[in-house]
Design a binder for this molecule. Structure first.
Ligand SMILES: Nc1ncnc2c1ncn2[C@@H]1O[C@H](COP(=O)(O)OP(=O)(O)OP(=O)(O)O)[C@@H](O)[C@H]1O
Length: 370
């Protein structure tokens, strides 16, 4: 189904089935495959989301995040596998529960507010199964909850991007859906506003208790808002875990790169360690003699007085507020080493320094594991 057509249908359904359904639902995908012509957008995806859990689908453009969300919403049907809500099969090649019967709320990337309806009317639109007075009261409560009580009679064009996002959120949560699906909800906001709206949204999601899935390509969004992150690549799930698990113990170089701007150093495995131009780093489970990539986190590197550890020279230093970003040239390594540190202005460009790279802070992956 074309995306605009889907949006129009979704909004006109009014989600009547969700009225009063405040109880978070379990959502599961079992071996879901979705093709669009030659493109396999999803390949045998299996994922269980617990009731009340907030999950972020994270990945680069085109990896299948939105397709998975649309399957949960019921605006696509899988070619294989099934989608379950509360253990009940709602979508498979042989059976299908209509979106309006699912108790699922959806926030679109562009918010999809009706331009000719006021804030109050936009939010009421999702409450069409309610009686007149109850719909009005519920809409106003949701509007007040997102801090827009004063703007209830304004129209979308009179609102800032952040305010529009809040209206879309209010409209989605007002019918108290058991599952809330959000497609890149912060991508249209500038950086500062994004931080505020993201934190407010996180608080609202916790409060409503709905099982929530948020599509994003931004690891910071995912880490700040989600209980669990599902990292996707080319239609498959490559790793699932908390933000901390993915950040500290990425399962692959691909996952590692998603969460950190490492300095990557090539080396060769020899005697349970990798030999690199920046030193020898212990490694487990890699084949003797194989090529490996050592990933060094910028904030793990310590700059020490000249004469200690590896000899280096500060090439550039940029003040970034809470930390400085420093590039250090190290003898024998053809690229600058990236360092983030809070130095209180004590180190200058051109200065000779020692470079300490704690070996327990680096990650090592087989070369070619990308
Ligand atoms: N209706 C469609 N018709 C044809 N191809 C589609 C359709 N929907 C998605 N695709 C293709 O399926 C793949 C996955 O798309 P999807 O939108 O799920 O990715 P995404 O990870 O959400 O990307 P983005 O972050 O850019 O929105 C892409 O290659 C996309 O071009």
């Amino acid at each position: 189904m074309a995306r605009n057509e889907t949006k129009a249908r979704w909004l006109s359904w009014g989600r009547r089935g969700t009225a009063g359904a405040a109880i978070p639902m379990a959502l599961a995908f079992e071996g879901v495959t979705q093709r669009f012509g030659e493109v396999e957008a999803l390949s045998e995806v299996t994922l269980a989301v617990e009731p009340g859990e907030i999950v972020a689908l994270l990945g680069q453009s085109g990896c299948g995040k939105t397709t998975l969300l649309r399957l949960a919403a019921g605006v696509e049907r899988p070619d294989a596998g099934r989608v379950l809500l509360e253990g009940r099969d709602v979508s498979s090649p042989g059976s299908f529960v209509e979106p309006e019967q699912r108790g699922v709320g959806l926030v679109f990337q562009d918010y999809a507010l009706f331009p000719h309806l006021s804030v109050r009317e936009n939010v009421r639109f999702g409450l069409r199964g309610y009686g007149e007075a109850s719909a009005d009261a519920t809409a106003l409560r949701a509007i007040a909850r997102v801090g827009l009580a004063d703007l209830a009679d304004s129209y979308p064009h009179m609102l800032s991007g952040g305010e529009q996002q809040r209206v879309a959120l209010a409209r989605a949560v007002a019918p108290r859906p058991g599952v809330l699906l959000m497609d890149e909800p912060f991508s249209n906001l500038d950086r500062r506003l994004r931080d505020v709206v993201r934190d407010e949204t996180a608080a609202l999601l916790q409060e409503t208790g709905a099982t929530s899935i948020i599509v994003t390509h931004d690891p910071e969004d995912a880490m700040r808002i989600a209980d669990r992150i599902v990292l996707m690549r080319a239609g498959r799930i490559v790793q699932v875990g908390t933000g901390e698990e993915l950040y500290r113990r990425p399962a692959s170089l691909f996952a590692a790169r998603f969460f950190c701007d490492f300095t990557e150093v090539e080396g060769r495995v020899s005697g349970k360690a990798v030999d690199t131009p920046l030193g020898r780093f212990p490694v487990k489970g890699l084949t003797e003699g194989s090529d490996a990539i050592v990933c060094i986190r910028p904030h793990a590197v310590r700059l020490v007085p000249n004469g200690y550890c590896l000899p280096g020279r500060v090439v550039t230093r940029r003040f970034l507020g809470e930390v400085d970003h420093i590039l250090v040239a190290v003898d024998g390594f053809d690229r600058p080493l990236s360092v983030r540190a809070s130095l209180a202005g004590s180190i200058r460009e051109g200065e000779d320094v020692g470079v300490d790279i704690p070996s327990d802070e680096v990650l090592v992956f087989p070369a070619g594991d990308t």
